[in-house]
Write a protein that binds this ligand. Structure first.
Ligand code: FES
Length: 104
């Protein structure tokens, strides 16, 4: 089962920043760009590097280990060497709260 859980305040993650979280079995990052807040799994699909060490470029997040890029909204690969998408998580903002749909 999954439910929305408050994970941060909007002020915690300025535009252009990425922040990693571990809540229960859920390991993910929240990225903040001009379009809002997005959450993806904190594991690159290429060689398991932490995505929290990555860089945000517009609507893409880049894994710094080998340079793979992923679309923040869909998790799709936008640049190799990764071949497999990364998981995305649902995010919503209520007031100053960032909520993410997490598995129990
Ligand atoms: S581990 Fe991310 S690009 Fe290789």
């Amino acid at each position: 089962m999954s439910e929305f859980v408050k994970v941060a305040n909007t002020d915690d993650i300025p535009v252009g920043k990425i922040k990693g979280f571990e809540i229960g079995y859920n390991r993910f990052v929240i990225a903040h760009n001009d379009e809002g807040f997005f959450a993806v799994a904190d594991e690159c699909s290429h060689d398991s590097a932490p995505i929290r060490d990555g860089r945000l470029r517009g609507n893409e997040i880049m894994c710094t280990r080998h340079g793979a890029r992923f679309d923040l909204k869909s998790g799709a690969v936008t640049a190799p060497p990764a071949l497999v998408p990364i998981e995305t998580l649902e995010v919503k903002v209520e007031g100053n709260d960032i909520l993410v749909r997490l598995e129990d």
